[in-house]
Design a protein around this ligand. Sequence first.
Ligand code: PLP
Length: 386
Amino acid sequence: MKFELASSTWNEEERKAIFDVVETNIFTMGKNVKAFEEKFAKYFGMKHAVMANSGSSANLIAVAALFYKKDNPLKRGDEVIVPCVSWSTTFHPLHQYGLKLKFVDIDLNTLNYDIAELKKAISKKTRMIVAVSILGNPCQFDEITKLCSENNIILFEDNCESMGARFNGKFTGSFGLVNTFSTFFSHHISTMEGGLVLTDDKEIYNLLKSLRNHGWTRDQDEDSPIFERKGDDFFEAYRFILPGYNVRPGELNGAIGLKQLDKLEGFLKLRRQNAAHFVNLFKDDKRFIIQKEVGESSWFSFTMIINPELGINRKKVLGRLKDAGIEHRIITGGNILRHDVVKYYDHTVTRRTNADIAHDNGFFLGNHPIDIRDRLDYLHQTLKGI
Ligand SMILES: Cc1ncc(COP(=O)(O)O)c(C=O)c1O
Protein backbone atom coordinates (compact mmCIF):
# COMPACT_ATOMS: atom_id res chain seq x y z
CA MET A 1 0.00 0.00 0.00
CA LYS A 2 1.22 3.46 -0.85
CA PHE A 3 0.69 6.27 1.65
CA GLU A 4 1.64 9.61 0.07
CA LEU A 5 2.19 12.99 1.65
CA ALA A 6 -0.33 14.68 -0.64
CA SER A 7 -2.62 14.00 -3.55
CA SER A 8 -4.47 15.97 -6.22
CA THR A 9 -7.95 17.27 -5.44
CA TRP A 10 -8.84 18.36 -8.94
CA ASN A 11 -11.38 16.73 -11.21
CA GLU A 12 -13.37 17.69 -14.31
CA GLU A 13 -14.56 20.93 -12.74
CA GLU A 14 -11.06 22.34 -12.32
CA ARG A 15 -10.06 21.11 -15.79
CA LYS A 16 -13.08 22.83 -17.33
CA ALA A 17 -12.30 26.03 -15.41
CA ILE A 18 -8.76 25.95 -16.85
CA PHE A 19 -9.99 25.53 -20.43
CA ASP A 20 -12.58 28.27 -19.97
CA VAL A 21 -9.76 30.66 -19.04
CA VAL A 22 -7.72 29.51 -22.01
CA GLU A 23 -10.67 30.36 -24.27
CA THR A 24 -10.79 33.94 -22.98
CA ASN A 25 -7.11 34.48 -23.76
CA ILE A 26 -6.79 36.59 -20.60
CA PHE A 27 -4.25 35.03 -18.27
CA THR A 28 -3.10 37.68 -15.85
CA MET A 29 -5.13 38.70 -12.82
CA GLY A 30 -8.61 39.54 -14.06
CA LYS A 31 -12.24 38.75 -13.33
CA ASN A 32 -11.63 35.21 -12.04
CA VAL A 33 -9.08 36.40 -9.49
CA LYS A 34 -11.42 39.21 -8.43
CA ALA A 35 -14.35 36.79 -8.03
CA PHE A 36 -12.19 34.35 -6.08
CA GLU A 37 -10.97 37.11 -3.76
CA GLU A 38 -14.51 38.26 -3.05
CA LYS A 39 -15.73 34.74 -2.42
CA PHE A 40 -12.71 33.94 -0.22
CA ALA A 41 -13.14 37.08 1.93
CA LYS A 42 -16.85 36.35 2.35
CA TYR A 43 -16.22 32.72 3.30
CA PHE A 44 -13.83 33.71 6.07
CA GLY A 45 -15.94 36.66 7.24
CA MET A 46 -13.39 39.35 6.33
CA LYS A 47 -13.82 42.52 4.29
CA HIS A 48 -10.96 42.20 1.83
CA ALA A 49 -8.85 39.49 0.18
CA VAL A 50 -5.83 40.04 -2.05
CA MET A 51 -4.53 37.08 -4.01
CA ALA A 52 -0.84 36.66 -4.82
CA ASN A 53 1.17 34.03 -6.67
CA SER A 54 2.05 32.12 -3.46
CA GLY A 55 1.66 32.08 0.31
CA SER A 56 5.25 33.30 0.53
CA SER A 57 4.37 36.31 -1.62
CA ALA A 58 1.30 36.89 0.54
CA ASN A 59 3.64 37.06 3.55
CA LEU A 60 5.98 39.41 1.70
CA ILE A 61 3.35 41.97 0.69
CA ALA A 62 1.60 41.70 4.06
CA VAL A 63 4.83 42.61 5.87
CA ALA A 64 5.54 45.37 3.34
CA ALA A 65 2.05 46.88 3.74
CA LEU A 66 2.65 47.31 7.47
CA PHE A 67 5.69 49.46 6.65
CA TYR A 68 3.69 51.80 4.40
CA LYS A 69 0.53 52.33 6.43
CA LYS A 70 0.13 55.93 7.60
CA ASP A 71 -0.48 55.41 11.33
CA ASN A 72 2.25 53.84 13.36
CA PRO A 73 3.94 51.91 10.56
CA LEU A 74 6.56 49.27 11.31
CA LYS A 75 10.13 50.55 11.06
CA ARG A 76 13.45 48.87 10.43
CA GLY A 77 14.87 47.60 13.73
CA ASP A 78 11.44 46.98 15.31
CA GLU A 79 11.10 43.78 17.31
CA VAL A 80 8.83 41.02 16.07
CA ILE A 81 8.11 37.79 17.95
CA VAL A 82 8.12 34.59 15.92
CA PRO A 83 7.86 30.88 16.76
CA CYS A 84 10.95 28.67 16.30
CA VAL A 85 8.97 26.23 14.16
CA SER A 86 7.44 27.45 10.93
CA TRP A 87 8.16 27.60 7.21
CA SER A 88 11.16 29.58 5.94
CA THR A 89 9.12 32.26 4.21
CA THR A 90 7.31 33.11 7.43
CA PHE A 91 10.64 34.62 8.48
CA HIS A 92 12.42 35.80 5.33
CA PRO A 93 10.25 38.87 4.62
CA LEU A 94 10.61 40.00 8.24
CA HIS A 95 14.38 39.83 7.84
CA GLN A 96 14.25 41.47 4.41
CA TYR A 97 12.37 44.44 5.89
CA GLY A 98 14.96 44.87 8.64
CA LEU A 99 12.95 43.63 11.61
CA LYS A 100 14.63 42.04 14.62
CA LEU A 101 13.32 38.52 15.11
CA LYS A 102 12.80 37.22 18.64
CA PHE A 103 12.34 33.45 18.55
CA VAL A 104 10.03 31.81 21.07
CA ASP A 105 9.78 28.11 21.81
CA ILE A 106 6.81 25.94 20.95
CA ASP A 107 4.62 23.73 23.07
CA LEU A 108 5.53 20.12 22.33
CA ASN A 109 1.89 19.02 22.33
CA THR A 110 0.24 21.69 20.20
CA LEU A 111 3.40 22.63 18.19
CA ASN A 112 2.28 26.28 18.46
CA TYR A 113 3.63 28.98 20.79
CA ASP A 114 4.27 27.99 24.36
CA ILE A 115 2.05 30.74 25.76
CA ALA A 116 4.03 31.18 29.00
CA GLU A 117 7.20 31.68 26.92
CA LEU A 118 5.40 34.08 24.60
CA LYS A 119 4.27 36.19 27.56
CA LYS A 120 7.83 36.31 28.91
CA ALA A 121 9.22 37.35 25.53
CA ILE A 122 7.11 40.49 25.16
CA SER A 123 9.09 43.66 25.77
CA LYS A 124 8.46 47.39 25.38
CA LYS A 125 10.10 47.09 21.98
CA THR A 126 7.74 44.38 20.67
CA ARG A 127 5.73 45.76 17.74
CA MET A 128 4.32 42.59 16.26
CA ILE A 129 3.60 38.94 17.00
CA VAL A 130 3.50 36.48 14.11
CA ALA A 131 1.08 33.70 15.04
CA VAL A 132 1.44 30.53 12.99
CA SER A 133 -1.18 27.85 13.52
CA ILE A 134 0.94 24.82 12.70
CA LEU A 135 -0.42 22.14 10.37
CA GLY A 136 -4.07 22.96 10.85
CA ASN A 137 -3.95 23.40 14.62
CA PRO A 138 -5.14 26.81 15.87
CA CYS A 139 -2.95 28.93 18.12
CA GLN A 140 -4.50 29.98 21.43
CA PHE A 141 -5.98 33.14 20.02
CA ASP A 142 -7.79 34.12 23.22
CA GLU A 143 -4.42 34.56 24.94
CA ILE A 144 -2.62 35.98 21.92
CA THR A 145 -5.23 38.61 21.01
CA LYS A 146 -5.35 39.68 24.68
CA LEU A 147 -1.56 40.07 24.78
CA CYS A 148 -1.66 42.08 21.56
CA SER A 149 -4.39 44.47 22.65
CA GLU A 150 -2.94 44.96 26.16
CA ASN A 151 0.49 45.79 24.75
CA ASN A 152 -0.52 47.60 21.56
CA ILE A 153 1.10 44.90 19.42
CA ILE A 154 0.14 44.13 15.82
CA LEU A 155 -1.07 40.56 15.24
CA PHE A 156 0.13 39.01 11.97
CA GLU A 157 -1.35 35.60 11.24
CA ASP A 158 0.55 33.30 8.93
CA ASN A 159 -2.31 30.88 8.40
CA CYS A 160 -0.75 29.20 5.37
CA GLU A 161 -1.06 25.74 6.96
CA SER A 162 -4.47 26.05 8.58
CA MET A 163 -7.22 27.06 6.20
CA GLY A 164 -10.60 26.11 7.65
CA ALA A 165 -9.46 25.72 11.26
CA ARG A 166 -11.43 27.50 13.96
CA PHE A 167 -10.72 28.81 17.44
CA ASN A 168 -13.83 29.46 19.57
CA GLY A 169 -15.87 29.13 16.39
CA LYS A 170 -13.92 31.84 14.53
CA PHE A 171 -11.75 30.96 11.54
CA THR A 172 -8.00 31.12 12.00
CA GLY A 173 -6.74 33.62 9.49
CA SER A 174 -9.29 36.17 10.67
CA PHE A 175 -7.76 37.22 14.00
CA GLY A 176 -4.87 39.32 12.69
CA LEU A 177 -4.60 42.78 11.20
CA VAL A 178 -3.23 40.84 8.22
CA ASN A 179 -3.71 37.11 7.68
CA THR A 180 -2.04 34.99 5.03
CA PHE A 181 -3.02 31.75 3.31
CA SER A 182 -1.37 29.38 0.85
CA THR A 183 -3.17 27.48 -1.90
CA PHE A 184 -0.12 25.45 -2.93
CA PHE A 185 -0.68 21.87 -4.14
CA SER A 186 -0.58 20.01 -0.82
CA HIS A 187 -2.67 22.55 1.11
CA HIS A 188 -6.37 22.53 2.03
CA ILE A 189 -7.34 23.86 -1.38
CA SER A 190 -5.01 23.96 -4.35
CA THR A 191 -4.68 26.50 -7.15
CA MET A 192 -1.30 25.01 -8.25
CA GLU A 193 0.55 27.94 -6.73
CA GLY A 194 -1.22 30.73 -4.91
CA GLY A 195 -1.74 32.66 -1.72
CA LEU A 196 -4.01 35.27 -0.21
CA VAL A 197 -3.99 38.00 2.41
CA LEU A 198 -7.15 38.80 4.34
CA THR A 199 -7.67 42.09 6.12
CA ASP A 200 -10.52 44.27 7.33
CA ASP A 201 -8.43 47.41 6.84
CA LYS A 202 -9.17 49.37 3.67
CA GLU A 203 -5.84 51.18 3.67
CA ILE A 204 -3.89 47.93 4.01
CA TYR A 205 -6.08 46.36 1.31
CA ASN A 206 -5.13 49.09 -1.16
CA LEU A 207 -1.47 48.93 -0.13
CA LEU A 208 -1.48 45.18 -0.78
CA LYS A 209 -3.02 45.67 -4.22
CA SER A 210 -0.36 48.17 -5.20
CA LEU A 211 2.51 46.15 -3.68
CA ARG A 212 1.63 42.97 -5.58
CA ASN A 213 1.34 44.84 -8.85
CA HIS A 214 4.55 46.83 -9.57
CA GLY A 215 3.71 49.43 -6.90
CA TRP A 216 1.40 51.20 -9.33
CA THR A 217 -2.10 52.57 -9.03
CA ARG A 218 -3.85 50.51 -11.73
CA ASP A 219 -6.32 48.55 -9.67
CA GLN A 220 -6.75 50.91 -6.73
CA ASP A 221 -10.25 51.51 -5.30
CA GLU A 222 -11.95 54.65 -6.60
CA ASP A 223 -11.76 56.02 -3.06
CA SER A 224 -8.36 54.52 -2.21
CA PRO A 225 -6.97 56.09 0.96
CA ILE A 226 -3.34 55.67 -0.16
CA PHE A 227 -3.08 58.18 -3.03
CA GLU A 228 -4.93 60.99 -4.74
CA ARG A 229 -5.76 60.49 -8.37
CA LYS A 230 -4.41 63.24 -10.60
CA GLY A 231 -6.40 64.53 -13.56
CA ASP A 232 -3.84 63.39 -16.13
CA ASP A 233 -4.96 59.89 -17.28
CA PHE A 234 -1.86 59.50 -19.46
CA PHE A 235 0.38 59.66 -16.37
CA GLU A 236 -2.07 57.91 -14.02
CA ALA A 237 -1.97 54.76 -16.18
CA TYR A 238 1.70 54.28 -15.28
CA ARG A 239 2.01 55.99 -11.91
CA PHE A 240 4.13 54.27 -9.25
CA ILE A 241 3.52 55.03 -5.58
CA LEU A 242 5.22 52.16 -3.68
CA PRO A 243 8.36 50.04 -4.07
CA GLY A 244 6.30 47.00 -4.97
CA TYR A 245 6.75 43.68 -6.75
CA ASN A 246 5.11 41.66 -9.43
CA VAL A 247 3.60 38.79 -7.44
CA ARG A 248 0.29 38.76 -9.27
CA PRO A 249 -1.69 35.54 -9.51
CA GLY A 250 -2.86 34.22 -12.85
CA GLU A 251 -6.44 33.90 -13.99
CA LEU A 252 -6.01 30.13 -14.05
CA ASN A 253 -5.26 30.21 -10.33
CA GLY A 254 -8.31 32.36 -9.63
CA ALA A 255 -10.63 30.19 -11.72
CA ILE A 256 -9.42 27.00 -10.03
CA GLY A 257 -9.73 28.67 -6.63
CA LEU A 258 -13.41 29.37 -7.25
CA LYS A 259 -14.05 25.66 -7.83
CA GLN A 260 -11.87 24.51 -4.95
CA LEU A 261 -13.41 26.84 -2.38
CA ASP A 262 -16.81 25.25 -3.05
CA LYS A 263 -15.26 21.94 -2.03
CA LEU A 264 -13.44 23.10 1.10
CA GLU A 265 -16.22 22.19 3.52
CA GLY A 266 -16.32 18.61 2.16
CA PHE A 267 -12.52 18.34 2.18
CA LEU A 268 -12.42 19.40 5.82
CA LYS A 269 -15.04 16.86 6.79
CA LEU A 270 -12.92 14.03 5.37
CA ARG A 271 -9.69 15.37 6.85
CA ARG A 272 -11.38 15.46 10.27
CA GLN A 273 -12.78 11.96 9.86
CA ASN A 274 -9.26 10.68 9.13
CA ALA A 275 -7.92 12.64 12.08
CA ALA A 276 -10.42 11.11 14.49
CA HIS A 277 -9.18 7.68 13.38
CA PHE A 278 -5.51 8.65 13.72
CA VAL A 279 -6.04 10.07 17.21
CA ASN A 280 -7.89 6.94 18.22
CA LEU A 281 -5.04 4.74 17.01
CA PHE A 282 -2.22 6.68 18.67
CA LYS A 283 -3.64 8.64 21.60
CA ASP A 284 -2.53 6.14 24.24
CA ASP A 285 0.69 5.16 22.51
CA LYS A 286 3.44 6.34 24.85
CA ARG A 287 6.07 6.07 22.13
CA PHE A 288 4.76 9.10 20.28
CA ILE A 289 3.59 12.59 21.07
CA ILE A 290 0.84 13.42 18.59
CA GLN A 291 -0.49 16.91 17.99
CA LYS A 292 -3.00 17.99 20.61
CA GLU A 293 -5.91 19.71 18.95
CA VAL A 294 -6.76 23.24 20.07
CA GLY A 295 -10.21 24.41 18.97
CA GLU A 296 -11.06 22.77 15.64
CA SER A 297 -8.01 21.80 13.63
CA SER A 298 -8.17 21.53 9.85
CA TRP A 299 -5.66 18.66 10.12
CA PHE A 300 -3.11 19.39 7.42
CA SER A 301 -1.14 16.31 8.43
CA PHE A 302 -0.37 13.91 11.27
CA THR A 303 2.64 14.79 13.36
CA MET A 304 4.45 12.24 15.48
CA ILE A 305 7.28 13.09 17.86
CA ILE A 306 9.16 10.14 19.29
CA ASN A 307 9.03 10.40 23.06
CA PRO A 308 12.52 11.73 23.88
CA GLU A 309 12.60 9.72 27.11
CA LEU A 310 12.41 6.32 25.40
CA GLY A 311 15.61 6.39 23.39
CA ILE A 312 13.94 5.11 20.23
CA ASN A 313 16.10 5.77 17.19
CA ARG A 314 14.25 7.97 14.67
CA LYS A 315 16.35 6.68 11.79
CA LYS A 316 15.06 3.20 12.53
CA VAL A 317 11.45 4.37 12.59
CA LEU A 318 11.84 6.35 9.37
CA GLY A 319 13.57 3.39 7.74
CA ARG A 320 10.60 1.20 8.61
CA LEU A 321 8.21 3.77 7.11
CA LYS A 322 10.31 4.06 3.96
CA ASP A 323 10.39 0.31 3.46
CA ALA A 324 6.63 0.21 3.83
CA GLY A 325 6.08 2.95 1.21
CA ILE A 326 4.82 5.46 3.78
CA GLU A 327 6.00 8.95 2.82
CA HIS A 328 7.08 11.20 5.66
CA ARG A 329 8.95 14.43 6.24
CA ILE A 330 10.24 16.96 8.76
CA ILE A 331 7.57 18.87 10.73
CA THR A 332 6.95 22.00 8.62
CA GLY A 333 10.50 23.41 8.35
CA GLY A 334 11.65 22.00 11.67
CA ASN A 335 13.38 24.44 14.01
CA ILE A 336 14.41 27.31 11.72
CA LEU A 337 17.34 28.01 14.08
CA ARG A 338 18.89 24.78 12.82
CA HIS A 339 19.06 26.07 9.25
CA ASP A 340 22.03 27.90 7.70
CA VAL A 341 19.87 30.86 6.71
CA VAL A 342 19.48 32.00 10.30
CA LYS A 343 22.97 33.51 10.22
CA TYR A 344 21.55 36.32 8.09
CA TYR A 345 18.75 37.17 10.53
CA ASP A 346 19.14 39.86 13.17
CA HIS A 347 17.71 37.69 15.93
CA THR A 348 17.55 36.63 19.56
CA VAL A 349 16.23 33.41 21.07
CA THR A 350 14.43 33.10 24.38
CA ARG A 351 14.23 29.29 24.55
CA ARG A 352 14.28 26.57 21.90
CA THR A 353 14.23 23.25 23.79
CA ASN A 354 10.94 21.91 22.43
CA ALA A 355 11.62 23.15 18.90
CA ASP A 356 14.83 21.13 18.96
CA ILE A 357 12.99 18.03 20.17
CA ALA A 358 10.42 18.42 17.38
CA HIS A 359 13.30 18.90 14.92
CA ASP A 360 15.28 15.87 16.11
CA ASN A 361 12.50 13.46 17.04
CA GLY A 362 9.56 14.49 14.88
CA PHE A 363 8.12 13.68 11.48
CA PHE A 364 4.78 13.96 9.76
CA LEU A 365 2.53 11.86 7.55
CA GLY A 366 0.11 13.30 5.03
CA ASN A 367 -3.58 13.80 5.57
CA HIS A 368 -5.83 13.89 2.51
CA PRO A 369 -9.34 15.06 1.65
CA ILE A 370 -10.31 11.45 0.94
CA ASP A 371 -10.93 8.57 3.33
CA ILE A 372 -7.48 7.22 4.28
CA ARG A 373 -8.45 5.27 7.38
CA ASP A 374 -7.13 2.06 5.80
CA ARG A 375 -3.75 3.76 5.26
CA LEU A 376 -3.71 4.89 8.86
CA ASP A 377 -4.36 1.31 9.97
CA TYR A 378 -1.43 0.30 7.74
CA LEU A 379 0.75 2.95 9.44
CA HIS A 380 -0.31 1.63 12.83
CA GLN A 381 0.55 -1.91 11.80
CA THR A 382 3.90 -0.79 10.36
CA LEU A 383 4.92 0.86 13.61
CA LYS A 384 3.96 -2.16 15.73
CA GLY A 385 6.81 -3.69 17.63
CA ILE A 386 9.19 -0.73 17.44
C1 PLP B 1 3.53 28.50 7.60
C2 PLP B 1 3.78 28.71 6.14
N1 PLP B 1 3.94 29.95 5.69
C3 PLP B 1 4.17 30.21 4.38
C4 PLP B 1 4.23 29.19 3.46
C5 PLP B 1 4.50 29.50 2.02
O1 PLP B 1 3.45 29.17 1.17
P1 PLP B 1 3.77 28.87 -0.38
O2 PLP B 1 4.34 27.52 -0.47
O3 PLP B 1 2.41 28.98 -1.03
O4 PLP B 1 4.69 29.93 -0.84
C6 PLP B 1 4.07 27.87 3.88
C7 PLP B 1 4.16 26.77 2.90
O5 PLP B 1 3.78 25.67 3.07
C8 PLP B 1 3.85 27.62 5.26
O6 PLP B 1 3.73 26.36 5.70
